[in-house]
Design a protein around this ligand. Structure first.
Ligand code: XIL
Length: 371
């Protein structure tokens, strides 16, 4: 209740400010970055279509409401560095330029990740694993080339993504198999050397699990003890209607807040569909089942209302902890863009984002804007 009041107070203050400034309160001034901007950056993921100029309506929304961007896919290894001696910066250059033109806080995603990793990266010409020395050199080249290219223009990097499992053990990725836990500090060190000014983040999903929470705390403490730079823990936040409990999510925000790093909500979306996998690991897919796609045409009003209510509860949680949360980023602009339509089950119709398929704000957004 207190938090809800806080949000209303923020939007009211913002409208009053505009009214007192003598300028007419025009539609474009009532936007998310105005309403929430004194709490944290308000970010959004940008996709290929938007970067290729094929979705100007979404870009208008981005410019109006958001002050931070992250690329949904175009900086991932298989796209930006498809072969050892081939980099493709076409879309990432456009992405960074768009952020600059619009004065946004630009986040790079992501440097070292087991998914969407180019197939050459960890193997030699015979398909065998490369040696630790070769992998270190490849990581260094990859990170240095990309981070240096955008030095001073990309303000923060997801350096390592999804290295830890829910029980707190390390994911058995190729990076882990070849280098052990050391691949994490190495990646942070290479990124720091390439741009000492950029913020560096560890990013993961299911951060509310106790085991994962404990392991991430240890990872941050170990980096700090070794004098290696880490600025924030990114909590992805691919959540659903039943999952997780907000109190568990809050426990992790609180635990990470005590580490003397920022906390960022980096990939927020809330599926409105029945949960089929409690994971955001992109290869954990299941085959399509009609019964798991209950709302192919529209979300019924009762479910929509529940979705809006829970989104507001999460937003209030973020505002409550905004002393430590420096950014809240949503994983896409409209429901039609969302990866959740195809994950973990391909071909469903989901409703996880702030704007609907007609580019209209959801009720929860309107409430934030004081409408
Ligand atoms: C997803 C993208 O949204 C999809 O378009 C792509 O097919 C798979 O990856 N965690 C992450 C993100 O860190 O990069 C993932 O993005 C979602 C889970």
């Amino acid at each position: 209740m207190k938090n809800k009041k806080l949000l209303y107070a923020a939007s009211l203050a913002c409208m009053l400010l505009m009214a007192c400034s003598g300028k007419p309160v025009v539609e474009s001034e009532r936007n998310l970055k105005n309403v929430l901007g004194n709490h944290f950056l308000v970010g959004v993921a940008i996709n290929h279509l938007q970067l290729q100029g094929q979705d100007s309506a979404a870009l208008d929304i981005v410019k109006t409401h958001f002050n931070s961007i992250v690329p949904e896919n175009c900086m991932k290894c298989m796209i930006i560095h498809p072969e050892e001696n081939v980099y493709d910066f076409e879309l990432s250059d456009r992405f960074v330029a768009f952020g600059e033109e619009n004065g946004m806080f630009v986040v790079g995603h992501c440097l070292i990740w087991h998914s969407q990793l180019a197939s050459w990266f960890c193997t030699d010409e015979n398909g065998a694993d490369v040696s630790p020395e070769v992998l270190k050199q490849r990581m260094k080249d990859h990170i240095t080339t990309i981070v240096k290219r955008y030095k001073g223009r990309v303000h923060g990097w997801d350096v390592v993504n999804e290295a830890i499992l829910e029980d707190g053990s390390y994911r058995n990725s190729k990076f882990y198999q070849i280098l052990g836990e050391e691949f994490v500090p190495l990646a942070f060190q290479y990124a720091y050397e390439a741009d000492p000014e950029a913020e560096l983040y560890y990013n993961d999903y299911n951060m509310h699990f106790e085991g994962k929470r404990r392991a991430v705390i240890k990872l941050v403490e170990d980096l700090k003890a070794r004098g290696i730079r880490i600025d924030a823990v990114g909590m992805q936040g691919h959540v659903g209607m039943e999952y997780p409990q907000i109190s568990d999510f809050e426990a992790s925000i609180e635990a990470f807040s005590k580490l003397n790093v920022k906390v960022m909500i980096t990939e927020f979306d809330m599926s409105a569909l029945p949960m089929v996998r409690y994971s955001a690991n992109v290869t954990d897919t299941v085959s399509f089942e009609q019964s798991m796609n209950p709302y192919p045409n529209e979300l019924p009003s009762r479910e929509l209302e529940a979705w809006n209510k829970r989104m507001m509860e999460f937003m209030n949680l973020f505002v409550k902890h905004s002393r430590h949360i420096s950014r809240v980023t949503f994983w896409g602009v409209t429901d039609g863009d969302s990866w959740k339509n195809d994950f973990p089950m391909r071909g469903r119709t989901d409703y996880p984002l702030l704007f609907d398929r007609n580019y209209e704000p959801k009720q929860f957004v309107k409430e934030l804007l004081g409408e």
